[in-house]
Design a protein around this ligand. Structure first.
Ligand code: AMP
Ligand code: GLY
Length: 425
């Protein structure tokens, strides 16, 4: 089969790496891809929101299956466009991608179907939001309704911070139209876990768990980012908690979407908080996480394309999803200054060190080729260095060795990815 992956970051590199091992894939394409993905797939210079060009290219090239990985094109309906063009595609249709695309929608869905989550109210008026805050318990969490690159969440410690937050989101439109509506919700405490799952509209199969580190600095300080590193599995997501989540959260979410006429096919990413009152949903994403995919997919034993097709075709019940009995840690190498202001265009040296090493992966998040064929930094997040080990401690040690194999100007990383593991084990 000819398969086209849409996207150009570390997540898409991990997806391409999985698909390139599939027996069914004859040729792999990626739009737009990056300098790392180019080793596995033919990169096509088309942006993820250029729907007409993507469809034209796919028809001309005879693409059999498209994998839409990022949130923006999913929520804007790219899977629907592929279907209209007669091309099978992995990912939710627009009407189902709303699970991530609108936080107000997902909160109302959870309330209606009794899925545990933080108590909340939705607002589309700044005055009403501020009036509500006067009596709210602090800290409180403000969330822009729409897609905001994972950054539209403000945790406010007192009333004046919260009022300033409402102004930022709804009046100054710091997150653009994503802030036309907002959710105000109760602040929860506990361990966070990311659980990715494959869904075929009806059935759900859970992948191995992971944990992200969202803040830019060591010790969870600094600004929220797209994610500075991950580990998998999470030792806090036990079999018992998994069983509880399956009954109270995972299956009810899939059933709720179906009951609403928004059958979900693709990946549901459950952002969970393990609170003293049991697991609760922090957020849903309608796609693989980034950098969660970089620690989860390298541990998948199945043929990735077969699992994806089973989701599209409603046959996930025929798949026995299996993961290696080991662990993985991913440390993101970013450009100094990320997520605010950073420079690009520096040469990345040492990439060859990863060739031929099965336990190590260098996923490219933001890279491109120079005119003379060098690999240059091209984003805030530049590389995701993943290592597998027999357990989390070994994987962590190996990942922090491998971060030294590569170098580029302004290289920045967190030094405590997976440190929580030491406390737990
Ligand atoms: P989200 O994009 O909704 O996952 O939020 C980003 C981050 O904000 C989460 O990973 C949590 O660390 C934090 N967060 C979101 N909602 C809450 C909440 N209700 N209570 C405490 N922390 C939260
Ligand atoms: N790592 C969080 C996300 O992909 O949204």
């Amino acid at each position: 089969m000819k398969v086209l992956v849409i996207g150009g970051g570390g997540r898409e590199h991990a997806i391409c790496s999985g698909l390139s091992k599939s027996k069914k894939v004859e040729k792999l394409y990626c739009a737009p891809g990056n300098a790392g993905i180019a080793k596995l797939a033919e990169c096509v210079p088309i942006g993820v929101m250029e729907f007409d060009k993507l469809i034209d290219f796919s028809k001309k090239e005879g693409i059999d299956y498209a994998v839409v990985a990022p949130d923006d094109p999913l929520y804007a309906g790219l899977v629907d466009e592929f279907k209209k063009a007669g091309i099978r595609a992995f990912g939710p249709e627009k009407k189902a991608a709303i699970l991530e695309g609108s936080k107000a929608f997902s909160k109302d869905l959870m309330k209606k179907y009794g899925i545990p989550t933080a108590a909340y109210e939705n607002f589309d008026d700044a005055g009403a939001a501020i009036a509500y805050l006067e009596n709210a318990k602090m800290p409180v969490v403000l969330k822009a309704d729409g897609l905001a690159l994972g950054k539209g969440v403000l945790i406010c410690n007192d009333l004046s911070e919260a009022k300033a937050g409402v102004k930022e989101i709804m009046e100054d439109k710091k997150f653009g139209d994503a802030g036309n509506r907002m959710v105000i919700e109760e602040f929860m405490t506990g361990r966070e876990v990311s659980v990715l799952s494959f869904v075929d509209g009806e059935n759900i199969k859970i992948m191995t768990s992971a944990q992200d580190h969202k803040r830019a600095g060591d010790g969870d300080t600094g600004l929220n980012t797209g994610g500075m590193g991950t580990f998998s599995p999470s030792p806090f997501f036990t079999k018992e908690i998994e069983a509880e989540c399956m009954e109270k959260i995972f299956k009810p979410t899939v059933a709720a979407m179906k009951a609403e006429g928004r059958e979900f096919k693709g990946v549901i990413f459950f952002g969970l908080m393990l609170t003293a009152d049991g697991p609760k949903v922090l957020e849903y994403n309608a796609r693989f996480g980034d950098p969660e995919a970089q620690v989860v997919l390298p541990r998948l034993k199945n043929d990735l394309l077969e699992v994806m097709e089973a989701c599209t075709d409603g046959k996930l019940d025929t798949i026995d999803l299996e993961f290696e009995d080991n662990a993985a840690v991913c440390v993101v190498l970013a450009s100094e200054g990320y997520p605010v202001k950073y420079e690009k265009g520096f040469e990345i040296k040492g990439l060859d060190a990863f060739d031929g090493k099965d336990d190590y992966f260098c996923f490219h998040a933001g890279s491109k080729f120079s005119d003379d064929g060098k690999v240059l930094t091209n984003g805030g997040r530049v590389l995701g260095i993943t290592a597998k080990g027999s357990d989390l401690k070994e994987a962590r040690k190996k990942a922090y060795e491998a971060v030294n194999w590569v170098d580029f100007e302004n290289k920045y990383m967190r030094h405590d990815i997976g440190k929580a593991i030491d406390e737990a084990l």
